[in-house]
Design a binder for this molecule. Sequence first.
Ligand SMILES: [Zn+2]
Length: 264
Amino acid sequence: MGVSLSCWPPAPEQERYLARCFAGDIADLDINFDLPRPELVTSLLSSCLHHSDGELVNARSTWQWTVSERLQGLLAIANASIGNTSTAIATCSNELCRGTVELELELASFASAPVIAKMDWLSPRGEKFFCRLPTGQDQRDWYKHIQHSVDESWFIARLLEATPDTQLPAELPVDWIDSLGASLADVDPLTALTLAIDCPFCAQALNVEVDLEWLLIDGLRSLQRRMIEQVHCLASHYHWSEKDIVALPQWRREKYLARLVEGL
Ligand SMILES: [Zn+2]
């Protein structure tokens, strides 16, 4: 049986990623959502994402993808599995309001062409350096170092490279770190996404920080939870194997479950 793949970004002329729907395969029960985030994202990418020739992407190569590329891959999987919309929840910062604001996000609006892997960067002193964009491997190392309470400058400093005419200072000054952080956010606005909205309750202007990666992961986690729940109910009643239940199309699983509910 062939796997049906959806392309991402949705406009066919930009075809770049092909993703299968998560939670339709027995292998999807093996994805451990308790893994550290970089490991989890790699396991999702290497399980659901295909090259344009249909070949599955290789886990090792996704560590070298930029954080931005990895997010596009995750968007592709979420779009194929959950559909084009996702809801983020924010709380209004106005002390007197504290309203809960639901933001309907259209995933297609976050589709972007690959971000460059390296950029020129001018230090506050006007010297030119190169700055790499962080990769999955950088994130993985960062997660390991967080436990040793290393500050953000450690992460940013390793992205900077000297040019033949410049030398890196032994320790990066604070204004360099701030300026580099701002340049990285300009090149890749989705990784630390901020949306400007007006609160629907008190009309106060809000800047909502959306962790898009977490939101997509959470949507996929819910699909796995539903899958486990369905296997549990059908296996308890019909004594079918996990593999056979997962092999059923979603609509058929639902028909059997509806039949069980009717029988109660
Ligand atoms: Zn408000």
